[in-house]
Design a binder for this molecule. Structure first.
Ligand SMILES: NC(=O)c1ccc[n+]([C@@H]2O[C@H](COP(=O)([O-])OP(=O)(O)OC[C@H]3O[C@@H](n4cnc5c(N)ncnc54)[C@H](O)[C@@H]3O)[C@@H](O)[C@H]2O)c1
Length: 429
């Protein structure tokens, strides 16, 4: 099958490369000419494990091409995916759908023969209806079915997630569209992920409900962690104690500095706005957003407390800037709010972060970062921070204070090495 992927960012590029790997002929389109030029040379501009190899192999075998020419890609396509960004709209927090609607207009003009237009971007309920209206306005003659097919991949494990999804949600009432969607995903049948067919509005809302639920789980365990610190209980054992209950499950129960990233914060906000617009407010989700917002700066107070309450002229080493390991995505990373708050309190202080954070010294490894620091804060649990040489660390730091916001070290081991150690929701820290 011929596929056009409109938007070659984290989702478009991974999806396009995976569809090519399934055996389809894929053109990944983007309006960013520099991005397309480097992709065409086989250079992947984002960090995603396994992606450069996948792109190179499929480029070489001629199933994956990159282009800025949307009309040509759409004309020959059986399926056109819209995978452009849907950021928070400045000012009100609604999803900004201008990229989706602009893409829909361009796609409409180039449609040729029966074509699926599929939203892979995360879009609020009703967006596919509007996409269809736009297409019919531009091209009343088009033979088209608009389908909602939200994406659930996680950055850092995107290829695995795309190739081994828990489910594939397909929103359409059109039998011809169902058939073609099944054909697109047929190579996955060996892994047998359930294809969940539903109507478009339900499919759109499933994506937001899933993200809101996961964000709620994280926020729940974070609040339990706060309580643990006050009453002397261990949040990790609580997470295990409740997670072993199949009705709850162990995932997304790791206490930490609050969720960030390119999806949860913006998608939660967009869902809240949708609820308010339809006079069906989602109070739980509203609370999750508010609690999570406050948490990031609260983590700075935790650092200050570990240093006796005074941050002026203190040097703080921060390990892990991205919102989670194995990605270079800095969007809404908790580290940004934490570092800004530390700087506000007077503290001194990887490429993607440079544009976002001023007056911070960037280091190539953990030891260079910790050298001479009054405190070391672990914000993201990259593999290379999991087994630091504690004796060396103690020697190079000005004060042996570690604030571990991911609970990757054991309090007794840190104490044995002479560190003042603060974790999240654990006794004795
Ligand atoms: N990043 C994730 O982990 C993830 C996971 C699931 C769903 N999503 C959703 O997928 C969508 C895309 O997210 P992303 O992280 O890949 O965004 P991104 O910003 O990395 O990529 C979007 C790309 O679309 C391009 N673009 C915009 N308008 C275009 C147009 N008219 N024609 C061609 N290209 C155009 C941009 O230049 C950019 O390269 C969002 O709705 C997001 O919420 C993201």
């Amino acid at each position: 099958m011929h596929v056009a992927m409109i938007g070659s960012g984290y989702v478009g590029l991974v999806s396009g490369a995976c569809f090519a790997d399934f055996g389809h002929y894929v053109t990944c389109v983007d309006k960013d000419a520099d991005k397309i030029a480097s992709l065409a040379r086989g250079e992947v501009p984002i960090f995603e494990p396994g992606l450069p190899e996948l792109v190179k192999t499929n480029l070489r075998q001629g199933r994956l091409v990159f282009s800025t020419e949307l009309p040509a890609a759409v004309r020959k396509a059986d399926a056109v995916f819209i995978a452009v960004g849907t950021p928070s709209r400045r000012g009100d927090g609604h999803a900004d759908l201008s990229f989706v609607y602009a893409a829909a207009r361009e796609v409409a003009a180039a449609l040729d023969g029966f074509t699926l237009v599929i939203t892979k971007s995360t879009v609020p309920v009703g967006t596919c209806d509007e996409v269809e209206r736009i297409i019919r306005e531009v091209r009343p003659d088009a033979d088209v079915a608009v389908v909602a097919n939200p994406e659930f991949l996680r950055e850092g494990a995107a290829i695995r997630d795309f190739k081994h999804p828990d489910r594939i949600v397909v929103g359409t009432d059109e039998p011809r569209a169902r058939e073609r969607m099944a054909e697109l995903y047929r190579p996955l049948y060996l892994n047998a992920p359930p294809l969940l067919y539903t109507d478009r509005r339900t499919a759109e809302l499933i994506k937001y409900a899933a993200n809101a639920f996961l964000a709620m789980k994280i926020t729940f365990i974070n609040e339990i962690a706060d309580l643990c610190e006050v009453v002397g209980a261990d949040v990790q054992e609580i997470a295990r104690g409740i997670g072993l209950d199949n009705r709850i499950g162990t995932k997304f129960l790791h206490a930490g500095p609050g969720f960030g990233g390119s999806c949860f914060p913006k998608d939660n906000l967009a869902l809240i706005k949708t609820g308010q617009d339809h006079a069906a407010p989602l109070r739980l989700v509203e609370t999750v957003a508010a609690v999570n917002d406050q948490r990031k700066r609260a983590m700075a107070r935790k650092v200050a407390a570990a240093l006796g309450g005074q941050m002026r002229e203190k040097c703080v080493a921060v390990l892990g800037l991205t919102f989670k390991p194995n990605t270079d995505d800095m969007r809404e990373a908790p580290s940004i709010a934490l570092i800004t708050a530390l700087q506000d309190m007077g503290a001194r202080g990887m490429e993607q972060a440079r544009a976002l954070l001023a007056a911070v010294a960037y280091c190539e490894d953990a030891y260079a970062c910790a050298d001479g620091a009054d405190a070391l804060v672990i914000v993201t649990e990259w593999e290379q921070f999991r087994a630091l040489d504690l004796a060396r660390l103690k020697q190079i730091m000005a004060r042996p204070v570690v604030i571990d916001l991911r609970n990757i070290y054991r309090p007794d081991e840190m104490a044995r090495h002479g560190f003042t150690y603060v974790g999240v929701g654990r006794p004795g820290t």
